[in-house]
Design a protein around this ligand. Sequence first.
Ligand code: C2O
Ligand code: CU
Ligand code: CU
Length: 549
Amino acid sequence: MLPVLALVSWSHETKPLISRRFFLSGSALLAARRFAPSALALSLQQQTAPHATPNLDPNRLARFVDALPLPVVANPIERRTAPDNPGIQVPYYRIAMQEISAKLHRDLPPTHLWSYGGAVPGVLFETRRGEGQLVEWVNRLPAKHFLPIDHTLHGAEPGIPESRGVVHLHGGRTPAESDGYPEDWLVPGRSKVYFYPNRQDAALLWYHDHAMGINRLNIYAGLVGLYIVRDDVEDALQLPKGKYEVPLVLMDRDLGPDGQLRYPVSPDPSRPWVPEAFGEAHLVNGKLFPYQDVEARRYRFRILNAANGRFYNLSLSNGAAMLQIGSDQGLFSAPVTLKSIQLAPGERADVVIDFSPDRGARIQLKSEPFELMQFRVGATAVEDSSLVPATLRPVARIVESSAAKTRRLTLDENLNGVAESMGMLLNKTPWHAPVTEKPMLNTTEIWEFVNLTEDVHPIHLHMVRFQILDRRRFDTFDYMTAGKLRYTSSPMPPDPNELGWKDTVRVNSGTVTRIIVPFSGYAGRYVWHCHILEHEDNEMMRPYEVLPA
Ligand code: C2O
Ligand code: CU
Ligand code: CU
């Protein structure tokens, strides 16, 4: 093993100085306001304070020396009466949030993490449509947090317990009392039973922490896991399954020279919050640069971007195309052939890769400029009885005229007097203001997100699934000065791989992005928010309430 210190480089030398916001800037005027003209690069660096020792440079670690780990499937401990049907018994799980230590790479010492059920990502739930289940979530975390809490953020004020957890099933059509409302957190020693009815189409969902004001830290610590819903429609398709169906959870982290997690902090110790956290170390299923031995045949990869703020743009090193067959909320009508697949935080892609033309090859899964993992294709020809049919699951487009209401909602950045980001807002309204979005159960609405900021924000609504209608550029200056929505482009249709059911949508800078949402499921209090966790924790989240029909 190499001495760990030899693996180090100064992170501020290796980090790209140009952030996403420069590529996506909607308005030169805004950019000038935000950054003193002579010091563009400097002002970006000032957003995070340097650590006393440099970050570990993952590029100096040996690549592809650890096998890709697969999540362990959760096991119920008993069966109990279903809350919505006293006539049936459903599986009952007990899963603990707990401190663990895990090897992220062969040549690193174990890393201290927080986990659901013993690993990061946590235990995997295998469920079927219409078969509900109960999960008792137990907080067994230590009382002290090990990442830097910002006590100026709402919900994390001094005096509020440091160690809090509440679990949300992202993409789940879940009754409100089991949805993991951000203020429903548990302190160590406490537990709560949630009911997941699973009355929804087959899809890859995921569960993660949602505790008010520290969500970004809890997820960064490792509180993430997968939840698969299956159904008969999907089973009938003969997609690759069993060991040929592989979940891939992507996340980026910064590590210290000792291999421990580091979360970036601002230069102001009384307000450590940073507007975005990007790491240099990319974990796939909790390993750095893993490899997977694959046979020369089709595989189905269920991919989740679980990063706090990083967008991944996935491609294969041999330039081969991938077949995307589904996204956040399940299968597409038809497969889409793509050489690269963009995934914002919270988004999922269901992808089939055919390795049969590449016997004996080594192929890297990349997100330029990063290599994430390697596939080692077997040398022998194998039989493959799986199929990817031309028609998967019909997704009927919802007609706009079915919407009972259209809401226009802005995405705003809150700048202080010296043009530093104080966080983002939804519709200029902080979290604790009264609920303003109250759709009626079983009605359909159009939500128009007017992005006045220079960032792409992946906007997520709890409980529902929706379709993307279009995106349209507009003049942000006109909007901010005169309140006028003046479009500067015609409506752009969603990408071919955005035509399925979604629960998270990329709202590009300077666009109005429209979604159409049937509010079917349950009445009650839910949330919608940006899935860049630093934004979410700092006011870019709002409650919404589904009113009973
Ligand atoms: Cu991934 Cu509020 O959720
Ligand atoms: Cu969610
Ligand atoms: Cu955001």
